[in-house]
Design a binder for this molecule. Sequence first.
Ligand SMILES: Nc1ncnc2c1ncn2[C@@H]1O[C@H](COP(=O)(O)OP(=O)(O)OP(=O)(O)O)[C@@H](O)[C@H]1O
Length: 273
Amino acid sequence: MLIHRRKHAGDGVEAANEALTPKTHRASETSEDKLKTEAVCAPWISLQDICYSYGQEDEGGQQVPSLSHVSLDMYPGHTYVVTGPNGCGKSTLFRILAGLSFPESGRYLFHGEAVTRDRMNDREWSKTFYRRLGFLFQNSETQLFCKSVREEIAFGLLQLGLSGEEVQRRTEQYMDMLDIGALAERAPFHLSGGEKKRTALAAVLAMQPQTLILDEPEAGLDEDGEARVTGFLASLKREDRLIIIATHSRRLAQEVGGEEIRMTKAHTISSGM
Ligand SMILES: Nc1ncnc2c1ncn2[C@@H]1O[C@H](COP(=O)(O)OP(=O)(O)OP(=O)(O)O)[C@@H](O)[C@H]1O
Protein backbone atom coordinates (compact mmCIF):
# COMPACT_ATOMS: atom_id res chain seq x y z
CA MET A 1 0.00 0.00 0.00
CA LEU A 2 2.71 2.48 0.96
CA ILE A 3 4.76 1.46 -2.04
CA HIS A 4 1.72 1.99 -4.21
CA ARG A 5 1.08 5.43 -2.84
CA ARG A 6 4.70 6.41 -3.30
CA LYS A 7 4.58 5.16 -6.85
CA HIS A 8 1.73 7.54 -7.52
CA ALA A 9 3.15 10.48 -5.58
CA GLY A 10 2.69 13.58 -7.69
CA ASP A 11 -0.08 12.00 -9.75
CA GLY A 12 -2.67 14.15 -8.07
CA VAL A 13 -3.26 12.31 -4.80
CA GLU A 14 -0.93 14.51 -2.76
CA ALA A 15 -2.22 17.69 -4.34
CA ALA A 16 -5.84 16.65 -3.88
CA ASN A 17 -5.21 15.82 -0.23
CA GLU A 18 -3.57 19.16 0.26
CA ALA A 19 -6.61 20.88 -1.19
CA LEU A 20 -9.08 18.87 0.85
CA THR A 21 -7.17 19.28 4.08
CA PRO A 22 -7.44 22.20 6.44
CA LYS A 23 -4.14 23.71 7.56
CA THR A 24 -4.14 22.25 11.06
CA HIS A 25 -4.84 18.65 11.86
CA ARG A 26 -4.77 15.99 14.51
CA ALA A 27 -2.17 13.32 13.84
CA SER A 28 -4.19 10.44 15.20
CA GLU A 29 -7.46 9.97 16.97
CA THR A 30 -7.47 8.62 20.51
CA SER A 31 -10.43 7.95 22.76
CA GLU A 32 -9.33 10.96 24.78
CA ASP A 33 -9.52 13.09 21.60
CA LYS A 34 -12.94 11.65 20.96
CA LEU A 35 -14.19 12.56 24.41
CA LYS A 36 -12.78 16.07 24.03
CA THR A 37 -14.47 16.49 20.65
CA GLU A 38 -17.80 15.32 21.98
CA ALA A 39 -17.48 17.63 24.96
CA VAL A 40 -16.94 20.77 22.89
CA CYS A 41 -18.72 20.00 19.59
CA ALA A 42 -22.32 19.51 18.67
CA PRO A 43 -22.80 16.53 16.36
CA TRP A 44 -23.10 17.43 12.69
CA ILE A 45 -25.32 14.40 12.22
CA SER A 46 -27.75 13.12 14.79
CA LEU A 47 -30.00 10.13 14.10
CA GLN A 48 -32.68 9.73 16.74
CA ASP A 49 -34.49 6.40 16.88
CA ILE A 50 -34.81 6.06 13.10
CA CYS A 51 -37.08 3.38 11.63
CA TYR A 52 -37.60 2.74 7.93
CA SER A 53 -39.43 0.15 5.84
CA TYR A 54 -39.82 -0.16 2.07
CA GLY A 55 -43.39 -1.34 2.70
CA GLN A 56 -42.78 -5.07 2.17
CA GLU A 57 -44.83 -7.31 4.45
CA ASP A 58 -43.92 -10.63 6.04
CA GLU A 59 -46.19 -13.70 6.08
CA GLY A 60 -48.00 -12.32 9.13
CA GLY A 61 -48.75 -9.03 7.36
CA GLN A 62 -46.19 -7.12 9.44
CA GLN A 63 -44.02 -4.52 7.66
CA VAL A 64 -40.45 -5.74 7.22
CA PRO A 65 -38.07 -3.13 8.65
CA SER A 66 -34.97 -2.08 6.74
CA LEU A 67 -33.85 0.13 9.61
CA SER A 68 -34.95 -0.48 13.17
CA HIS A 69 -34.44 2.10 15.94
CA VAL A 70 -31.10 3.47 14.77
CA SER A 71 -29.67 6.20 17.00
CA LEU A 72 -26.28 7.74 16.38
CA ASP A 73 -24.39 11.02 16.75
CA MET A 74 -21.56 11.82 14.36
CA TYR A 75 -19.02 14.55 14.96
CA PRO A 76 -16.69 16.63 12.81
CA GLY A 77 -13.10 15.49 12.79
CA HIS A 78 -14.15 11.84 12.73
CA THR A 79 -14.33 9.06 10.18
CA TYR A 80 -17.01 6.42 10.67
CA VAL A 81 -16.78 3.11 8.84
CA VAL A 82 -20.16 1.37 8.59
CA THR A 83 -19.93 -2.39 8.22
CA GLY A 84 -22.41 -5.26 8.30
CA PRO A 85 -23.81 -8.16 6.28
CA ASN A 86 -25.67 -7.84 2.97
CA GLY A 87 -29.15 -6.45 3.46
CA CYS A 88 -28.59 -5.10 6.99
CA GLY A 89 -29.55 -1.57 5.92
CA LYS A 90 -26.33 0.32 5.17
CA SER A 91 -27.49 1.77 1.83
CA THR A 92 -30.90 2.57 3.29
CA LEU A 93 -29.20 4.44 6.12
CA PHE A 94 -26.99 6.29 3.63
CA ARG A 95 -29.98 7.28 1.48
CA ILE A 96 -31.51 8.85 4.58
CA LEU A 97 -28.24 10.62 5.44
CA ALA A 98 -28.15 11.99 1.89
CA GLY A 99 -31.71 13.32 2.12
CA LEU A 100 -33.01 10.94 -0.56
CA SER A 101 -35.29 8.91 1.72
CA PHE A 102 -37.03 9.97 4.90
CA PRO A 103 -37.48 7.96 8.09
CA GLU A 104 -40.92 6.63 8.92
CA SER A 105 -40.32 7.52 12.53
CA GLY A 106 -37.48 9.15 14.40
CA ARG A 107 -35.52 12.25 13.41
CA TYR A 108 -32.47 13.03 11.33
CA LEU A 109 -30.76 16.30 12.28
CA PHE A 110 -28.01 17.78 10.11
CA HIS A 111 -26.18 20.64 11.84
CA GLY A 112 -29.11 20.72 14.28
CA GLU A 113 -31.83 21.06 11.64
CA ALA A 114 -34.32 18.29 10.87
CA VAL A 115 -33.91 16.90 7.35
CA THR A 116 -37.48 16.51 6.13
CA ARG A 117 -39.15 16.00 2.76
CA ASP A 118 -40.51 19.55 2.91
CA ARG A 119 -37.08 21.01 3.56
CA MET A 120 -35.48 18.95 0.78
CA ASN A 121 -38.19 20.22 -1.59
CA ASP A 122 -37.14 23.77 -0.75
CA ARG A 123 -34.56 24.59 -3.45
CA GLU A 124 -32.49 26.96 -1.33
CA TRP A 125 -32.42 24.63 1.67
CA SER A 126 -31.43 21.58 -0.34
CA LYS A 127 -28.82 23.58 -2.26
CA THR A 128 -27.18 24.55 1.01
CA PHE A 129 -27.49 20.95 2.25
CA TYR A 130 -25.71 19.55 -0.83
CA ARG A 131 -22.99 22.19 -0.66
CA ARG A 132 -22.15 20.80 2.77
CA LEU A 133 -22.68 17.11 2.06
CA GLY A 134 -21.26 15.03 -0.80
CA PHE A 135 -22.67 11.58 -1.49
CA LEU A 136 -21.42 8.63 -3.52
CA PHE A 137 -24.12 6.11 -4.47
CA GLN A 138 -23.38 2.40 -4.29
CA ASN A 139 -24.38 2.23 -7.94
CA SER A 140 -22.44 4.98 -9.72
CA GLU A 141 -24.71 4.92 -12.77
CA THR A 142 -27.35 6.63 -10.67
CA GLN A 143 -25.27 9.79 -10.47
CA LEU A 144 -23.71 10.09 -13.93
CA PHE A 145 -25.65 12.14 -16.48
CA CYS A 146 -23.25 14.45 -18.36
CA LYS A 147 -21.95 14.00 -21.89
CA SER A 148 -18.33 13.50 -20.93
CA VAL A 149 -16.24 12.54 -17.91
CA ARG A 150 -14.72 16.03 -17.85
CA GLU A 151 -18.17 17.67 -17.80
CA GLU A 152 -19.33 15.25 -15.13
CA ILE A 153 -16.61 16.40 -12.75
CA ALA A 154 -16.93 20.07 -13.69
CA PHE A 155 -20.71 20.06 -13.24
CA GLY A 156 -20.80 20.09 -9.43
CA LEU A 157 -17.94 22.59 -9.28
CA LEU A 158 -19.85 25.01 -11.51
CA GLN A 159 -22.87 24.62 -9.19
CA LEU A 160 -20.61 25.73 -6.34
CA GLY A 161 -20.03 28.99 -8.25
CA LEU A 162 -16.27 28.48 -8.54
CA SER A 163 -14.30 30.45 -11.15
CA GLY A 164 -13.69 28.83 -14.55
CA GLU A 165 -10.00 28.59 -13.74
CA GLU A 166 -10.64 26.79 -10.43
CA VAL A 167 -13.17 24.45 -12.04
CA GLN A 168 -10.60 23.49 -14.66
CA ARG A 169 -7.83 23.10 -12.09
CA ARG A 170 -9.85 20.82 -9.81
CA THR A 171 -11.26 18.83 -12.72
CA GLU A 172 -7.75 18.00 -13.96
CA GLN A 173 -6.50 17.35 -10.44
CA TYR A 174 -9.19 14.82 -9.55
CA MET A 175 -9.16 13.11 -12.96
CA ASP A 176 -5.45 12.71 -12.40
CA MET A 177 -5.99 11.39 -8.88
CA LEU A 178 -8.44 8.71 -10.02
CA ASP A 179 -6.35 8.04 -13.16
CA ILE A 180 -9.17 8.79 -15.59
CA GLY A 181 -7.51 11.58 -17.60
CA ALA A 182 -7.48 9.36 -20.68
CA LEU A 183 -11.27 9.03 -20.43
CA ALA A 184 -11.90 12.80 -20.19
CA GLU A 185 -13.90 13.11 -23.41
CA ARG A 186 -15.67 9.73 -23.16
CA ALA A 187 -19.38 9.45 -22.36
CA PRO A 188 -19.74 8.15 -18.77
CA PHE A 189 -22.67 5.99 -19.86
CA HIS A 190 -20.38 3.87 -22.05
CA LEU A 191 -17.64 3.33 -19.47
CA SER A 192 -16.95 0.10 -17.61
CA GLY A 193 -18.33 -0.31 -14.05
CA GLY A 194 -14.99 0.53 -12.44
CA GLU A 195 -14.44 3.52 -14.74
CA LYS A 196 -17.91 4.80 -13.82
CA LYS A 197 -17.09 4.41 -10.13
CA ARG A 198 -13.82 6.35 -10.57
CA THR A 199 -15.67 9.13 -12.42
CA ALA A 200 -18.41 9.38 -9.77
CA LEU A 201 -15.79 9.43 -7.00
CA ALA A 202 -13.74 12.13 -8.74
CA ALA A 203 -16.90 14.24 -9.11
CA VAL A 204 -17.81 13.93 -5.42
CA LEU A 205 -14.30 14.39 -4.03
CA ALA A 206 -13.56 17.39 -6.29
CA MET A 207 -16.33 19.31 -4.52
CA GLN A 208 -14.40 18.93 -1.25
CA PRO A 209 -17.54 18.72 0.91
CA GLN A 210 -17.33 19.12 4.69
CA THR A 211 -19.36 15.94 5.08
CA LEU A 212 -18.45 13.08 2.78
CA ILE A 213 -20.71 10.01 2.58
CA LEU A 214 -19.41 7.14 0.47
CA ASP A 215 -21.44 3.98 -0.07
CA GLU A 216 -18.95 1.20 -0.90
CA PRO A 217 -16.41 3.44 -2.68
CA GLU A 218 -14.21 0.42 -3.44
CA ALA A 219 -16.93 -1.74 -5.02
CA GLY A 220 -16.19 -2.50 -8.65
CA LEU A 221 -12.69 -1.03 -8.53
CA ASP A 222 -9.62 -3.00 -9.49
CA GLU A 223 -6.67 -3.28 -7.12
CA ASP A 224 -5.11 -0.04 -8.31
CA GLY A 225 -8.42 1.81 -7.95
CA GLU A 226 -9.06 0.47 -4.46
CA ALA A 227 -5.52 1.33 -3.40
CA ARG A 228 -5.83 4.90 -4.74
CA VAL A 229 -9.15 5.50 -3.00
CA THR A 230 -8.07 3.81 0.24
CA GLY A 231 -4.79 5.74 0.25
CA PHE A 232 -6.56 9.01 -0.38
CA LEU A 233 -9.15 8.47 2.36
CA ALA A 234 -6.51 7.23 4.80
CA SER A 235 -4.35 10.28 4.31
CA LEU A 236 -7.17 12.81 4.46
CA LYS A 237 -6.70 15.07 7.42
CA ARG A 238 -10.02 15.12 9.17
CA GLU A 239 -10.33 18.17 11.33
CA ASP A 240 -13.48 20.10 10.40
CA ARG A 241 -14.62 17.25 8.21
CA LEU A 242 -16.97 14.32 8.76
CA ILE A 243 -16.44 11.20 6.68
CA ILE A 244 -18.84 8.24 6.65
CA ILE A 245 -18.01 5.16 4.59
CA ALA A 246 -19.95 1.92 4.11
CA THR A 247 -17.71 -0.90 3.04
CA HIS A 248 -17.26 -4.66 2.82
CA SER A 249 -13.51 -4.20 2.38
CA ARG A 250 -11.53 -5.15 5.49
CA ARG A 251 -8.52 -3.55 3.90
CA LEU A 252 -10.27 -0.22 3.40
CA ALA A 253 -11.74 -0.30 6.91
CA GLN A 254 -8.36 -1.05 8.47
CA GLU A 255 -6.28 1.37 6.43
CA VAL A 256 -8.70 4.27 6.61
CA GLY A 257 -9.07 3.79 10.37
CA GLY A 258 -11.74 5.72 12.22
CA GLU A 259 -14.58 4.31 14.25
CA GLU A 260 -16.44 1.21 13.14
CA ILE A 261 -20.23 1.24 13.24
CA ARG A 262 -21.46 -2.33 12.99
CA MET A 263 -24.93 -2.92 11.64
CA THR A 264 -26.62 -6.24 12.28
CA LYS A 265 -29.08 -8.52 10.54
CA ALA A 266 -31.69 -6.98 12.85
CA HIS A 267 -31.22 -3.73 10.82
CA THR A 268 -29.83 -1.76 13.70
CA ILE A 269 -26.49 -0.78 15.19
CA SER A 270 -24.92 -3.45 17.30
CA SER A 271 -24.93 -2.68 20.99
CA GLY A 272 -21.63 -1.63 22.48
CA MET A 273 -21.21 1.25 20.02
N1 LIG B 1 -36.07 -0.66 -3.13
C1 LIG B 1 -36.29 -1.59 -2.21
N2 LIG B 1 -37.51 -2.17 -2.08
C2 LIG B 1 -37.76 -3.10 -1.14
N3 LIG B 1 -36.83 -3.54 -0.25
C3 LIG B 1 -35.60 -3.02 -0.35
C4 LIG B 1 -35.26 -2.02 -1.33
N4 LIG B 1 -33.96 -1.69 -1.16
C5 LIG B 1 -33.51 -2.44 -0.15
N5 LIG B 1 -34.47 -3.23 0.35
C6 LIG B 1 -34.37 -4.15 1.50
O1 LIG B 1 -33.97 -3.40 2.63
C7 LIG B 1 -32.99 -4.11 3.39
C8 LIG B 1 -31.74 -3.28 3.53
O2 LIG B 1 -31.16 -3.12 2.24
P1 LIG B 1 -29.86 -2.23 2.00
O3 LIG B 1 -29.66 -2.10 0.53
O4 LIG B 1 -29.98 -1.00 2.80
O5 LIG B 1 -28.75 -3.18 2.66
P2 LIG B 1 -27.16 -3.07 2.62
O6 LIG B 1 -26.69 -3.27 4.03
O7 LIG B 1 -26.74 -1.81 1.95
O8 LIG B 1 -26.79 -4.32 1.75
P3 LIG B 1 -25.48 -4.61 0.83
O9 LIG B 1 -24.34 -4.87 1.76
O10 LIG B 1 -25.89 -5.86 0.10
O11 LIG B 1 -25.28 -3.45 -0.08
C9 LIG B 1 -32.78 -5.45 2.68
O12 LIG B 1 -33.56 -6.40 3.32
C10 LIG B 1 -33.28 -5.18 1.27
O13 LIG B 1 -33.79 -6.37 0.69
